[in-house]
Design a binder for this molecule. Sequence first.
Ligand SMILES: Cc1cc2nc3c(=O)[nH]c(=O)nc-3n(C[C@H](O)[C@H](O)[C@H](O)COP(=O)(O)OP(=O)(O)OC[C@H]3O[C@@H](n4cnc5c(N)ncnc54)[C@H](O)[C@@H]3O)c2cc1C
Length: 306
Amino acid sequence: MIYDLAIIGGGPAGVSAGVYAARKKIKTVLITENFRNQSVVSDNIQNWIGIISISGEDLAASLEKHVKNYAKDIDIKEKETVTKLTKDTDGTFKIKTDKSEYSSKTVLITSGSIRRKLTIKGADKFDGKGITYCATCDGPMFTDMDVVVIGGGNSAFESASQLSSYAKSVTIVQRSDFRADPITIKKVLSNPKIRGISNVDLLEVKGDKFVTSLLYKDKDTGKEIDLPTNGIFVEIGANPSVAYLENGILKLNEKQEIIVDAKTQKTSELGIWAAGDCTDGLYHQNNIAAGDAIKALEDIYKYLKL
Ligand SMILES: Cc1cc2nc3c(=O)[nH]c(=O)nc-3n(C[C@H](O)[C@H](O)[C@H](O)COP(=O)(O)OP(=O)(O)OC[C@H]3O[C@@H](n4cnc5c(N)ncnc54)[C@H](O)[C@@H]3O)c2cc1C
Protein backbone atom coordinates (compact mmCIF):
# COMPACT_ATOMS: atom_id res chain seq x y z
CA MET A 1 0.00 0.00 0.00
CA ILE A 2 1.12 3.55 -0.67
CA TYR A 3 0.59 6.04 2.16
CA ASP A 4 -0.07 9.71 1.48
CA LEU A 5 2.31 10.68 4.29
CA ALA A 6 5.06 9.00 6.30
CA ILE A 7 6.12 10.77 9.51
CA ILE A 8 9.52 9.78 10.90
CA GLY A 9 9.87 10.39 14.67
CA GLY A 10 7.65 10.47 17.76
CA GLY A 11 8.86 13.55 19.65
CA PRO A 12 6.82 16.76 20.01
CA ALA A 13 7.20 17.43 16.27
CA GLY A 14 6.21 13.95 15.07
CA VAL A 15 3.30 13.65 17.50
CA SER A 16 1.90 17.09 16.62
CA ALA A 17 2.04 16.23 12.93
CA GLY A 18 0.47 12.83 13.65
CA VAL A 19 -2.50 14.37 15.46
CA TYR A 20 -3.09 16.91 12.70
CA ALA A 21 -2.68 14.29 9.95
CA ALA A 22 -5.23 12.02 11.63
CA ARG A 23 -7.72 14.84 12.05
CA LYS A 24 -7.30 15.81 8.40
CA LYS A 25 -7.83 12.17 7.37
CA ILE A 26 -4.50 11.96 5.56
CA LYS A 27 -3.51 8.31 5.00
CA THR A 28 -0.48 8.34 7.29
CA VAL A 29 2.11 6.05 8.80
CA LEU A 30 4.07 7.37 11.81
CA ILE A 31 7.32 5.46 12.30
CA THR A 32 9.31 5.97 15.47
CA GLU A 33 11.82 4.23 17.68
CA ASN A 34 9.81 5.41 20.70
CA PHE A 35 7.84 8.37 22.06
CA ARG A 36 10.65 9.50 24.35
CA ASN A 37 11.63 12.98 23.24
CA GLN A 38 14.86 14.69 24.30
CA SER A 39 13.44 16.46 27.35
CA VAL A 40 12.42 13.20 29.10
CA VAL A 41 15.50 13.65 31.28
CA SER A 42 14.13 16.93 32.65
CA ASP A 43 12.34 16.76 36.03
CA ASN A 44 10.55 20.01 35.60
CA ILE A 45 9.60 21.56 32.26
CA GLN A 46 8.10 24.98 32.89
CA ASN A 47 7.65 26.29 29.37
CA TRP A 48 5.34 23.79 27.67
CA ILE A 49 2.60 26.29 27.01
CA GLY A 50 -0.64 25.64 28.87
CA ILE A 51 0.96 23.57 31.62
CA ILE A 52 2.77 25.37 34.42
CA SER A 53 5.09 22.50 35.26
CA ILE A 54 5.45 18.95 33.95
CA SER A 55 8.20 16.34 34.09
CA GLY A 56 9.77 15.27 30.80
CA GLU A 57 8.47 11.72 31.31
CA ASP A 58 4.90 12.95 31.87
CA LEU A 59 5.11 15.22 28.84
CA ALA A 60 6.26 12.31 26.67
CA ALA A 61 3.49 10.09 28.06
CA SER A 62 0.83 12.73 27.38
CA LEU A 63 2.08 13.24 23.81
CA GLU A 64 2.04 9.48 23.21
CA LYS A 65 -1.48 9.19 24.62
CA HIS A 66 -2.68 12.06 22.45
CA VAL A 67 -1.46 10.59 19.16
CA LYS A 68 -2.53 7.04 20.11
CA ASN A 69 -6.02 8.40 20.66
CA TYR A 70 -6.09 8.54 16.85
CA ALA A 71 -4.69 5.03 16.36
CA LYS A 72 -7.72 4.07 14.28
CA ASP A 73 -7.01 6.96 11.87
CA ILE A 74 -3.24 6.64 11.35
CA ASP A 75 -0.88 3.65 11.41
CA ILE A 76 1.64 3.87 14.25
CA LYS A 77 4.79 1.77 13.87
CA GLU A 78 6.68 1.89 17.15
CA LYS A 79 10.05 0.33 18.01
CA GLU A 80 11.20 0.70 14.40
CA THR A 81 14.30 2.56 13.30
CA VAL A 82 14.38 4.18 9.88
CA THR A 83 17.59 3.12 8.13
CA LYS A 84 17.16 4.54 4.62
CA LEU A 85 15.01 7.01 2.70
CA THR A 86 15.01 6.88 -1.10
CA LYS A 87 12.88 8.16 -3.98
CA ASP A 88 11.64 5.80 -6.69
CA THR A 89 11.54 6.77 -10.35
CA ASP A 90 7.73 7.08 -10.11
CA GLY A 91 8.17 9.78 -7.41
CA THR A 92 7.10 7.73 -4.38
CA PHE A 93 9.38 7.51 -1.36
CA LYS A 94 10.63 4.26 0.15
CA ILE A 95 11.19 4.35 3.90
CA LYS A 96 13.25 1.37 4.95
CA THR A 97 13.36 0.42 8.63
CA ASP A 98 15.13 -2.30 10.60
CA LYS A 99 11.90 -4.32 10.40
CA SER A 100 10.01 -3.36 7.26
CA GLU A 101 9.64 -1.01 4.29
CA TYR A 102 6.94 1.59 3.59
CA SER A 103 5.97 3.59 0.51
CA SER A 104 4.58 7.07 0.68
CA LYS A 105 3.79 10.03 -1.57
CA THR A 106 5.23 12.51 0.97
CA VAL A 107 7.54 12.36 4.00
CA LEU A 108 7.81 14.54 7.10
CA ILE A 109 11.11 14.08 8.93
CA THR A 110 11.01 14.81 12.68
CA SER A 111 13.76 12.53 13.98
CA GLY A 112 15.24 15.21 16.25
CA SER A 113 18.79 15.26 17.54
CA ILE A 114 20.98 14.08 20.36
CA ARG A 115 22.83 16.68 22.44
CA ARG A 116 26.57 16.15 22.73
CA LYS A 117 27.29 15.25 26.32
CA LEU A 118 30.03 16.52 28.58
CA THR A 119 32.24 13.51 29.29
CA ILE A 120 34.75 14.74 31.90
CA LYS A 121 34.99 13.28 35.42
CA GLY A 122 31.88 14.11 37.50
CA ALA A 123 29.77 14.99 34.43
CA ASP A 124 27.52 11.92 34.74
CA LYS A 125 27.22 12.21 38.51
CA PHE A 126 26.04 15.84 38.43
CA ASP A 127 23.86 15.61 35.32
CA GLY A 128 20.59 17.25 36.43
CA LYS A 129 22.25 18.28 39.70
CA GLY A 130 23.71 21.53 38.50
CA ILE A 131 24.71 20.38 35.01
CA THR A 132 22.10 21.21 32.41
CA TYR A 133 21.85 21.22 28.64
CA CYS A 134 19.28 23.97 28.14
CA ALA A 135 19.69 27.61 29.22
CA THR A 136 16.23 28.63 28.00
CA CYS A 137 14.64 25.80 29.98
CA ASP A 138 16.62 25.92 33.23
CA GLY A 139 18.09 29.44 33.40
CA PRO A 140 15.54 30.84 35.90
CA MET A 141 16.46 28.12 38.42
CA PHE A 142 19.92 29.67 38.74
CA THR A 143 18.81 33.18 39.69
CA ASP A 144 21.52 35.10 41.60
CA MET A 145 24.03 32.26 41.27
CA ASP A 146 27.45 32.05 39.63
CA VAL A 147 27.15 29.90 36.53
CA VAL A 148 29.44 28.54 33.82
CA VAL A 149 28.66 27.96 30.15
CA ILE A 150 30.83 25.33 28.47
CA GLY A 151 31.30 25.89 24.74
CA GLY A 152 32.58 28.56 22.40
CA GLY A 153 30.13 28.78 19.51
CA ASN A 154 27.18 31.11 18.95
CA SER A 155 24.86 28.94 21.11
CA ALA A 156 27.24 29.21 24.06
CA PHE A 157 27.43 33.00 23.72
CA GLU A 158 23.67 33.37 23.24
CA SER A 159 23.05 31.17 26.30
CA ALA A 160 25.49 33.23 28.35
CA SER A 161 23.70 36.41 27.33
CA GLN A 162 20.33 34.91 28.27
CA LEU A 163 21.65 33.65 31.61
CA SER A 164 23.03 37.07 32.51
CA SER A 165 19.41 38.19 33.09
CA TYR A 166 19.17 35.81 36.04
CA ALA A 167 22.63 34.79 37.21
CA LYS A 168 24.99 36.81 39.40
CA SER A 169 27.87 36.02 37.02
CA VAL A 170 28.39 33.95 33.88
CA THR A 171 31.76 32.49 32.83
CA ILE A 172 32.08 31.04 29.34
CA VAL A 173 34.71 28.28 29.32
CA GLN A 174 35.98 26.83 26.05
CA ARG A 175 38.60 24.13 25.30
CA SER A 176 40.02 25.94 22.23
CA ASP A 177 39.48 29.39 20.70
CA PHE A 178 35.99 30.90 20.67
CA ARG A 179 34.21 30.05 17.39
CA ALA A 180 31.20 32.37 17.67
CA ASP A 181 30.88 35.34 15.29
CA PRO A 182 33.38 38.05 16.32
CA ILE A 183 30.57 40.61 16.65
CA THR A 184 28.63 38.29 19.00
CA ILE A 185 31.75 37.60 21.09
CA LYS A 186 32.44 41.32 21.41
CA LYS A 187 28.87 42.22 22.32
CA VAL A 188 28.40 39.41 24.87
CA LEU A 189 31.76 39.94 26.56
CA SER A 190 31.03 43.66 26.92
CA ASN A 191 28.35 42.69 29.47
CA PRO A 192 30.03 43.26 32.87
CA LYS A 193 28.41 40.11 34.28
CA ILE A 194 29.99 37.87 31.61
CA ARG A 195 33.61 36.85 31.10
CA GLY A 196 35.25 34.36 28.75
CA ILE A 197 38.06 31.87 29.32
CA SER A 198 39.46 29.97 26.32
CA ASN A 199 42.15 27.33 25.67
CA VAL A 200 41.66 25.16 28.72
CA ASP A 201 41.57 21.45 29.48
CA LEU A 202 38.33 20.64 31.29
CA LEU A 203 39.22 18.25 34.11
CA GLU A 204 36.38 17.63 36.54
CA VAL A 205 32.98 18.75 37.79
CA LYS A 206 33.08 18.76 41.58
CA GLY A 207 30.32 18.95 44.18
CA ASP A 208 28.49 17.21 46.99
CA LYS A 209 24.74 16.95 46.37
CA PHE A 210 24.96 19.61 43.65
CA VAL A 211 27.75 21.14 41.57
CA THR A 212 30.11 23.37 43.54
CA SER A 213 32.98 23.92 41.08
CA LEU A 214 34.58 23.21 37.71
CA LEU A 215 38.24 22.19 37.69
CA TYR A 216 40.18 23.12 34.57
CA LYS A 217 43.80 23.55 33.45
CA ASP A 218 44.98 26.70 31.68
CA LYS A 219 46.79 25.34 28.58
CA ASP A 220 49.13 28.36 28.42
CA THR A 221 50.32 28.40 32.05
CA GLY A 222 49.69 24.74 32.96
CA LYS A 223 48.00 25.97 36.13
CA GLU A 224 44.95 24.11 37.52
CA ILE A 225 42.04 26.33 38.54
CA ASP A 226 39.04 25.29 40.63
CA LEU A 227 36.29 27.68 39.52
CA PRO A 228 33.43 27.90 42.05
CA THR A 229 30.02 27.59 40.37
CA ASN A 230 26.49 26.43 41.13
CA GLY A 231 25.44 25.68 37.59
CA ILE A 232 27.11 24.39 34.43
CA PHE A 233 25.31 24.88 31.12
CA VAL A 234 26.71 22.63 28.40
CA GLU A 235 26.50 24.11 24.89
CA ILE A 236 28.79 21.90 22.84
CA GLY A 237 26.34 21.16 20.06
CA ALA A 238 23.98 18.40 19.03
CA ASN A 239 24.03 15.64 16.45
CA PRO A 240 20.90 15.53 14.29
CA SER A 241 19.49 11.98 14.04
CA VAL A 242 19.66 11.74 10.26
CA ALA A 243 22.07 8.88 9.53
CA TYR A 244 19.43 7.40 7.19
CA LEU A 245 19.96 10.38 4.85
CA GLU A 246 23.58 9.49 4.12
CA ASN A 247 22.68 8.76 0.49
CA GLY A 248 22.54 12.53 -0.06
CA ILE A 249 18.82 12.74 -0.89
CA LEU A 250 18.57 16.05 1.06
CA LYS A 251 20.71 19.16 1.46
CA LEU A 252 22.19 19.36 4.97
CA ASN A 253 24.21 22.21 6.48
CA GLU A 254 27.69 21.83 8.01
CA LYS A 255 26.11 20.66 11.29
CA GLN A 256 24.25 17.92 9.38
CA GLU A 257 20.96 19.71 10.01
CA ILE A 258 18.30 19.48 7.29
CA ILE A 259 17.99 22.79 5.46
CA VAL A 260 14.35 23.89 5.37
CA ASP A 261 12.34 26.82 4.10
CA ALA A 262 11.19 28.56 7.29
CA LYS A 263 7.78 29.49 5.83
CA THR A 264 6.74 25.97 4.87
CA GLN A 265 9.32 23.52 6.32
CA LYS A 266 9.94 22.23 2.76
CA THR A 267 13.35 20.59 2.26
CA SER A 268 15.51 20.61 -0.87
CA GLU A 269 13.60 17.57 -2.23
CA LEU A 270 10.05 17.97 -3.55
CA GLY A 271 7.75 15.83 -1.39
CA ILE A 272 9.91 15.85 1.76
CA TRP A 273 9.36 18.24 4.68
CA ALA A 274 11.24 18.40 8.00
CA ALA A 275 10.54 19.98 11.39
CA GLY A 276 11.98 20.19 14.89
CA ASP A 277 15.52 19.73 16.14
CA CYS A 278 16.78 17.86 13.05
CA THR A 279 16.40 21.06 10.98
CA ASP A 280 18.51 24.18 10.57
CA GLY A 281 15.86 26.24 12.40
CA LEU A 282 17.67 28.74 14.63
CA TYR A 283 15.87 27.82 17.84
CA HIS A 284 15.16 24.35 19.16
CA GLN A 285 12.44 23.95 21.76
CA ASN A 286 9.44 21.66 22.35
CA ASN A 287 6.87 24.30 21.39
CA ILE A 288 8.83 25.25 18.27
CA ALA A 289 9.15 21.62 17.18
CA ALA A 290 5.40 21.16 17.60
CA GLY A 291 4.56 24.43 15.81
CA ASP A 292 6.93 23.83 12.90
CA ALA A 293 5.59 20.31 12.40
CA ILE A 294 2.03 21.65 12.25
CA LYS A 295 3.16 24.28 9.74
CA ALA A 296 4.69 21.48 7.64
CA LEU A 297 1.54 19.42 7.93
CA GLU A 298 -0.63 22.28 6.63
CA ASP A 299 1.71 22.59 3.66
CA ILE A 300 1.70 18.83 3.03
CA TYR A 301 -2.11 18.81 3.13
CA LYS A 302 -2.18 21.57 0.53
CA TYR A 303 0.35 19.68 -1.63
CA LEU A 304 -1.63 16.42 -1.47
CA LYS A 305 -5.14 17.78 -1.84
CA LEU A 306 -4.96 20.86 -4.04
C1 LIG B 1 18.25 17.98 28.57
C2 LIG B 1 17.26 18.72 27.72
C3 LIG B 1 16.26 19.46 28.33
C4 LIG B 1 15.35 20.16 27.55
N1 LIG B 1 14.38 20.89 28.18
C5 LIG B 1 13.49 21.58 27.44
C6 LIG B 1 12.49 22.38 28.06
O1 LIG B 1 12.42 22.48 29.29
N2 LIG B 1 11.64 23.06 27.25
C7 LIG B 1 11.71 23.00 25.88
O2 LIG B 1 10.88 23.62 25.21
N3 LIG B 1 12.65 22.26 25.27
C8 LIG B 1 13.55 21.57 26.01
N4 LIG B 1 14.53 20.85 25.39
C9 LIG B 1 14.56 20.82 23.91
C10 LIG B 1 13.47 19.85 23.39
O3 LIG B 1 13.56 18.63 24.09
C11 LIG B 1 13.62 19.64 21.91
O4 LIG B 1 13.58 20.88 21.26
C12 LIG B 1 12.49 18.74 21.37
O5 LIG B 1 12.52 17.47 21.99
C13 LIG B 1 12.62 18.54 19.87
O6 LIG B 1 11.59 17.74 19.45
P1 LIG B 1 11.67 16.87 18.11
O7 LIG B 1 10.34 16.23 17.95
O8 LIG B 1 12.20 17.71 17.02
O9 LIG B 1 12.80 15.77 18.36
P2 LIG B 1 13.13 14.74 19.53
O10 LIG B 1 12.53 15.15 20.82
O11 LIG B 1 14.60 14.55 19.47
O12 LIG B 1 12.39 13.41 19.06
C14 LIG B 1 12.89 12.65 17.99
C15 LIG B 1 12.04 11.41 17.81
O13 LIG B 1 12.48 10.72 16.65
C16 LIG B 1 12.70 9.35 16.95
N5 LIG B 1 13.78 8.89 16.06
C17 LIG B 1 15.06 9.34 16.00
N6 LIG B 1 15.75 8.70 15.02
C18 LIG B 1 14.88 7.83 14.46
C19 LIG B 1 14.98 6.88 13.40
N7 LIG B 1 16.10 6.69 12.69
N8 LIG B 1 13.89 6.10 13.12
C20 LIG B 1 12.73 6.28 13.80
N9 LIG B 1 12.57 7.17 14.81
C21 LIG B 1 13.63 7.93 15.12
C22 LIG B 1 13.05 9.33 18.43
O14 LIG B 1 12.75 8.06 19.00
C23 LIG B 1 12.12 10.43 18.96
O15 LIG B 1 10.83 9.92 19.18
C24 LIG B 1 15.45 20.13 26.14
C25 LIG B 1 16.44 19.36 25.52
C26 LIG B 1 17.34 18.65 26.29
C27 LIG B 1 18.42 17.84 25.62
